[in-house]
Ligand binder design. Structure first.
Ligand code: GCO
Ligand code: MN
Ligand code: MN
Length: 385
């Protein structure tokens, strides 16, 4: 029998060029792995069963490449996509590496930097959406923040952020691009503090834009964990709001730097509830891994890492099916939460106001979540189901 955990295109797994392409540099040491060229990444990912690849503009072409060089790299990449049956599932702009962005891009105090950032984003959209047909374009504001609030106003920064998003959605509409935008929150790193620090803040911000319907979120496991949040709850709210346009799957040890670890490698239970949610919610977008291999790895270890992300996801999706079929688990699961609460009306309220509640009796009964959670643990640990 074929291994049921081998990825297929139908699983919609994708990786950024920068993820498997990560060369292991950290603040204390240089790169430890050679550069993988984008066509090679496409080929290796396809062999492993991935469906899509995503990229920053400068993962593919250099910030100062001349037009002929850029065009050659784009053509080689397009050929690799075609030869390997891979799609570009998301595009994004590098608004963080060049020193020009050291005090932000959209929120830089320097208006010329802000105009340059808009030019760079629109050029990236022209290639990633116009040519590669990426359905989603991500905005990650890694440099939109501060180390000290003595230098500038956080209120004005949000206004400039809004103007940038408005400009970009108007541009996409003008060009008739079939694309949705997804904003990715990070609480800190690389900045001391980053504006729009959590997905919840982003959801509120989106409603203030000119075209809120074109903008959603790209939550990342590690980023919300860095903020001490429950990622399952974060994604649940985004899904409920119809705003989960993309997702960055990875993992993180609590209280650490932005580790971007292999999916599921640290918090198995958190990863399980996340996969269960994605699989059961009807989310149809990419299952994108924004993670990278340990610095210990040589080039082959990178592919062990990539295969591991997808395999763990599929194993957890299988466990979610077992959860749904497990009679003992289902008997304890509170399906009554799915019953709507009353809608207000004058007459209805007149009745509700008189309803008798025996709150002592109602309060007597425990919820048996200890038993349920242990059953789930046993399911995850492989001794049940
Ligand atoms: C990180 C970030 C990035 C963004 C990417 C997309 O941890 O470095 O999450 O990987 O997701 O830049 O724009
Ligand atoms: Mn990310
Ligand atoms: Mn990260």
């Amino acid at each position: 029998m074929a291994d049921p955990f081998t990825p297929t295109k139908a699983d919609k797994f994708s990786f950024g060029l920068w993820t498997v392409g990560n060369r292991g540099a950290d603040p204390f040491g240089p790169v430890v792995r050679p550069r993988f060229e984008p066509p090679y990444i496409v080929e290796r990912l396809a062999k492993l069963g991935a469906w899509g690849v995503c990229l920053h503009d400068n993962d593919l072409w250099g910030i100062d490449d001349d037009e002929a060089t850029r065009e050659r790299k784009i053509k080689e990449f397009e050929k690799a996509l075609k030869d390997n049956g891979m799609v570009v599932s998301m595009g994004t702009t590098n608004l963080f590496s060049h020193p020009v962005f050291r005090d932000g891009a959209f929120t830089s105090p320097d208006p010329a930097v802000r105009r340059y950032a808009l030019q760079k984003v629109c050029a990236g959209i022209d290639i990633c959406v116009g040519r590669f047909k990426a359905p989603v374009y991500v905005m990650w504001g890694g440099r939109e923040g501060a180390e000290t609030d003595s230098g500038k106003s956080a209120v004005e920064a949000i206004k400039r952020y809004r103007e940038a998003l408005n400009y970009i959605t108007h541009y996409a509409k003008d060009r008739k691009y079939d694309v949705r935008f997804a904003i990715e929150a990070t609480p800190n790193e690389p900045r001391g503090d980053i504006y729009l620090s959590t997905t919840g803040s982003v959801l509120a911000f989106i409603e203030t834009l000119d075209h809120p319907e074109m903008v959603g979120v790209n939550p990342e496991v590690g980023h919300e964990m860095m903020a001490g949040l429950n990622f399952y709850h974060v994604v649940a709210q985004a899904i409920e709001a119809g705003k989960l346009f993309h997702i960055d799957l990875n993992n993180q040890k609590i209280g650490r730097f932005d580790q971007d670890l292999r999916f599921g490698s640290e918090d198995i239970k958190g990863a399980f509830f996340l996969v269960k949610l994605l699989e059961e919610s009807g989310y149809e977008g990419a299952r994108h891994f924004d993670a990278h291999a340990y610095r210990t790895e040589d080039p082959e270890g990178v592919w062990d890492f990539a295969a591991g992300c997808m395999r763990t996801y599929k194993i957890l999706a299988h466990k979610a099916k077992l959860f749904a079929k497990d009679k003992e688990i289902q008997a304890l699961y509170r399906k009554d939460l799915h019953e709507p609460s009353p809608k207000y009306s004058k007459e209805g309220h007149a009745k509700l106001a008189k309803e008798k509640f025996d709150i002592e009796k109602m309060a007597e009964k425990g919820y048996r979540y200890e038993k349920l959670d242990q059953l789930v643990m046993e399911l995850l640990l492989g001794v049940r189901g």
